[in-house]
Design a protein around this ligand. Structure first.
Ligand code: RTP
Ligand code: MG
Length: 139
């Protein structure tokens, strides 16, 4: 399996609760290399665009409000099989269904406020990474 990249956000609930350090520790201890990272805050237009795929879902308004409610950590991560392995590391969308030891099991509040984002495909990882970082900001 080739080395490749995924994109993550530590979401506003995780940042508010002081979990940045613990979550980044688990990510790097699991073999991911941080190749871009920043603390930032999404505008409403950013969040609407980022989650446009969910625009028809009943939770869209709540999702946009939550994702803009405070700072996030945006990062690009590199590892063999990065997208799939990172989705395994974060666990199911709903923390009640997430496997023991996963980031969402340990740090998420609810299905809505679920601590972390992980890209769902190589194509989306590239789009989402480029949304936040220029080429000069990726190492
Ligand atoms: P993400 O994109 O953030 O990594 O999460 P995911 O793939 O596991 O889940 P997805 O279906 O893409 O949903 C995106 C985010 O929307 C919120 N959500 N709320 N209230 C609800 O039923 C509900 N369902 C999804 C979560 O914040 C989820 O991560
Ligand atoms: Mg998703």
């Amino acid at each position: 399996m080739a080395t490749n990249r995924t994109f993550t956000m530590l979401k506003p609930d995780a940042v508010r609760k002081g979990y940045i350090g613990a979550i980044l520790e688990q990510i790097t201890a699991s073999g991911f290399r941080i190749v871009a990272m920043k603390l930032t805050q999404l505008t409403t237009d950013d969040a609407k665009a980022f989650y446009a795929v969910h625009s028809e879902r009943p939770f869209y308004g709540e999702l946009v409000e939550y994702m803009t409610s405070g700072p996030i950590v945006a990062a690009i991560l590199e590892k063999e099989n990065a997208v799939e392995d990172f989705r395994t590391l974060i666990g199911a969308t709903n923390p009640e269904e997430a496997a023991e030891g996963t980031i969402r099991k340990k740090y998420a509040t609810s299905i809505s406020e679920n601590a972390v984002h992980g890209s769902d495909s190589d194509e989306n990882a590239a789009i989402e990474g480029a949304f936040h970082f220029s080429g000069r900001e990726q190492f």
